[in-house]
Design a binder for this molecule. Structure first.
Ligand code: SF4
Length: 320
């Protein structure tokens, strides 16, 4: 049976593309690429793969993705999303996998004219050129609007059974989902945080302070973030689960109320007594009791101090 490698985003379009190809007796191995800014595979993804009988795997491209995020050749989208470079990176990774799996082509759920990126003239051929995958990227949802690919020309894929969907309307996809028996419609895309302006503000801060690492970007998903000096940043847990996650970090300094009626504050970077004081004040500010003893712990030493000053103005000033 001919084999194809699919890019799986977790959204409806990539699932429909996979099912359209599978319907033509093609074995599909789907890959979710982990950029560090989207979702990892969830139980629902595994359930869908099992229900529709395709193999689904995860590939960690976080390191490579950070490099393109720092300096995207084709620039950013509306926010800090380097979509063109990101797609090219994913296709290059898929190409390596295609060879490893002896697959014949790559499948994506891209729809012509659906996103600002794909509305740009010649963008699909630019991707083929950059990845040296000319004729080997099949976009089943828009294929009839695009030049025939190699699997179509070879008769491995019947072009008549592909689609001519374009633009932002979701109606054809919803109808197709019904046809395939997809009961719960997944969201259109994989929820990339780089399209969220408030999240991008925190990413920019890491950029500006030369702190853009995988570990630091993972931490952007939790807590309240404060830049309290050029050399020091703090994160405040918003609930028990975030407090626990922060306490697992094996570097930096932690502050928390001795009665645990308040947040864990994680302080990273270089700090002096001044930064500790600001962190303690922010810890008090978000605690249930204002007159509380704060524990300061750096993994080796631990001491307790009373910080009853609430520097509300400082809190506002430092918030990212
Ligand atoms: S939205 Fe995010 S994951 Fe999607 S193509 Fe753009 S950068 Fe990549």
């Amino acid at each position: 049976m001919p084999k194809a490698v699919a890019l799986y985003s977790g959204g409806l379009d990539s699932l429909l593309a996979i099912l359209t190809v599978k319907e033509q007796n093609i074995e599909v191995v789907a890959f979710k690429f982990l950029t560090g800014f989207g979702n990892a595979l969830k139980q629902e993804d595994e359930d869908l793969a099992r229900k529709f009988s395709f193999e689904l795997k995860e590939v960690d491209i976080r390191e490579k993705f950070l490099e393109i995020l720092k300096n995207p050749r084709y620039g950013y989208g509306k926010n800090l999303n380097p979509c063109i470079d990101c797609k090219i990176l994913m296709l290059k990774e898929a190409k390596t996998i295609m060879h490893q799996y002896n697959a014949e082509f790559i499948v994506t759920g891209e729809v012509s004219g659906q996103r600002p990126m794909s509305q740009k003239k010649g963008i699909f051929s630019l991707m083929e050129k950059e990845t040296l995958l000319k004729g080997l990227i099949l976009r089943p949802l828009s294929a009839k609007l695009l030049p025939p690919t190699i699997p179509e020309l070879k008769g491995v894929i019947d072009r008549n059974l592909l689609y001519d969907i374009s633009g932002r309307t979701r109606n054809p996809q919803i109808a197709l989902a019904k046809k395939f028996g997809i009961e719960k419609i997944p969201q259109p895309a994989g929820g990339c945080l780089l399209t969220d302006p408030s999240f991008c503000k925190k990413v920019r801060d890491l950029f500006e302070h030369d702190e853009l690492t995988i570990e630091n970007t993972e931490l952007l998903r939790i807590g309240r973030h404060f830049r309290i000096s050029d050399r020091c940043k703090i994160i405040v847990g918003r609930n028990e689960s975030e407090n626990e996650t922060l306490l697992k970090i094996n570097k930096g300094v932690f502050l928390f109320p001795s009665d645990f009626k308040g947040p864990v504050v994680f302080l990273s970077g270089t700090y002096s007594e001044r930064e500790i004081q600001v962190a303690a004040s922010i810890c008090v500010y978000y605690s249930k009791r204002k007159n509380t003893e704060i524990v300061i712990k750096n993994g080796i030493t631990e001491n307790k101090k009373n910080y009853d000053a609430i520097l509300e103005q400082e809190v506002v000033k430092y918030r990212l």
